[in-house]
Design a protein around this ligand. Structure first.
Ligand code: BG6
Length: 476
């Protein structure tokens, strides 16, 4: 654009986190165990056996953290509620102490003029429900989840105006039921598609309840999306990229928006005997639960090439932080992911592709005709705490700056972007990659196994984003 449009006046400049990754206090004040509390204890599942028992102790230091948010000038802060703090067994008796923690956090945010944005589910399912009926594999979860959400809706109605239903359903389903690096640690395609269908019903049921209760505000899911490119113009590779879009994105977002599974994916499921059980009323429920926005978690794009039926299957993701340790993966007969020769990579092999964000925003806006809330975007890297307690993360500033330019371009293209939450505000536990993969504006002095004093230090990016917010993005 010769001249970019300004960011909207009420643009939500924000930052995000998730309960398990920051709170710690995993068994305090009546909290029940979640599937992540247990999964991290299985040997070899996380980097050096790291867990969120203490995490960055946000549970005890939330006031200090909110003060930092206020100093930076955040307009919104996205966090998730740990279901097991509210209902230690996933259902049944409510734990008032758990509710009070979030009430205090929300009040603290509001007192500092920061809009709370609440994610209902960021992967920490109550272990009790996993044990009782297999979690997302049973329809019982629809009622239990909706009851849990209702408790929060009623308690925080009026105070919380932005609600995220499920965080990255595609990630927790694929990693939990195929790659075996999330709980419930299963590799079974039939069960995966069944659990996924039920998760769709959960999402729809919660949105329907939100409407019935007339809760003021907006609600929608957060989806992990990055555009799929073709490696070149060979039609076979272009088709592979189309497959990757259908199977990796439309399979979820079409359901959220239209209440329909994409035609080609459904046919493939039928041909492979993998269709989930769809009962009377399911599709009707899905069709009528249209979200107010599409939440977008954007990190990277993917390049695709043709993959024959005897081609590449499960690969290996880089959880080591050593560049180049990703092993090719794909879905035989559909696509395989290959490296992009045009983009820089992080130390965890994630493509750095700001233009991909502009493309993502445009694709979502065109196909789904909904406002978009960017609920996550950020750079996971090694940071160094200097002797004088400064952290020069200029690479992170550049990463965010370029992504803001892409957002500004998309806004100028006509896309309605409600806000932008960086991942993350403080450093936190990266589920599989420990504490050394840092995302925050605020450095937390701890490493994988030594919690040290968990002191907070502002990185260079903290001050930079502070200025961006102050000028409403004028000087990017
Ligand atoms: C998203 C999640 O998938 O990406 C976050 O919603 C996560 O919880 C983030 O931390 C970054 O991923 P990772 O693997 O680098 O921690």
């Amino acid at each position: 654009h010769v001249e970019r449009k300004p960011f909207p006046k009420d643009f939500l400049w924000g930052s995000a986190s998730a309960a398990y990754q920051i709170e710690g206090a995993w068994d305090k004040d009546g909290k029940g165990p979640s599937i992540w509390d247990n999964f991290v204890r299985i040997e070899g599942k996380t980097f050096k056996g790291t867990n969120g028992d203490v995490a960055v102790d946000h549970y005890h230091r939330f006031k200090e953290d909110v003060a930092l948010m206020a100093e930076q000038g955040l307009k919104t802060y996205r966090f998730s509620v740990a279901w097991t703090r509210i209902l230690p067994n996933g259902r049944g008796e409510v734990n008032e102490k758990g509710l009070m923690f979030y009430e205090n956090l929300i009040d603290e945010l509001i007192a500092h003029k920061i809009e709370p944005m609440v994610t209902l589910y960021h992967w920490d399912l109550p272990q009790a429900l996993q044990n009782a009926y297999g979690g997302f594999e049973s329809r019982e979860i629809i009622e239990d989840f909706t009851n849990y959400a209702t408790i929060l809706f009623k308690r925080f109605a009026g105070k919380v105006k932005y609600w995220v239903t499920l965080n990255e359903q595609n990630i927790f389903i694929i990693h939990g039921y195929k790659l075996q690096n999330h709980p419930p640690n299963v590799n079974n395609a039939k069960r995966m598609f069944q659990a996924n269908h039920i998760a769709n019903l959960v999402n729809a049921s919660v949105i329907t309840k939100f409407r019935e209760l007339n809760i003021p505000g907006l609600i929608g899911p957060s989806f992990a999306y990055g555009p799929n490119y073709s490696i070149d113009s060979n039609p076979k590779n272009v088709l592979a990229a189309e497959n990757a879009e259908d199977f990796g994105a439309h399979f979820w977002m079409d359901v959220y928006r239209f209440g329909e599974y994409p035609i080609m994916v459904w046919q493939w499921l039928k041909d492979n005997n993998l269709t989930p059980e769809v009962l009377d009323g399911d599709m009707d429920l899905l069709k009528h639960a249209i979200p107010d926005f599409m939440g977008l978690n954007y990190y990277r794009t993917t390049v695709n090439a043709d993959n024959p039926l005897d081609g590449v299957g499960l690969g290996k993701i880089n959880t080591t932080g050593v560049k180049g340790s990703t092993v090719e993966s794909g879905e035989p007969g559909l696509y395989k992911h290959v490296s992009n020769p045009y983009t820089d990579k992080t130390n965890w092999d994630w493509d750095i592709d700001p233009t991909g964000l502009r493309i993502a925003l445009r694709r979502i806006a065109s196909r789904y005709r909904l406002p978009i809330l960017i609920t996550e975007n950020g750079l996971g890297e090694y940071d160094k705490l200097n002797d004088d307690c400064t952290i020069d993360d200029s690479y992170r500033i550049e990463y965010i700056r370029q992504h803001l330019v892409a957002i500004n371009d998309a806004i100028s293209d006509g896309v309605n972007v409600l806000g932008y939450c960086t991942w993350s505000f403080t450093d936190l536990l990266s589920w599989l990659n420990g504490y050394q993969k840092r995302y925050g504006f605020v450095y937390i002095d701890r490493d994988e196994l030594d919690e040290k004093e968990l002191k907070r230090y502002k990185k260079a990016s903290f001050y930079w984003y502070q200025q961006i917010i102050k000028e409403n993005g004028k000087q990017i």
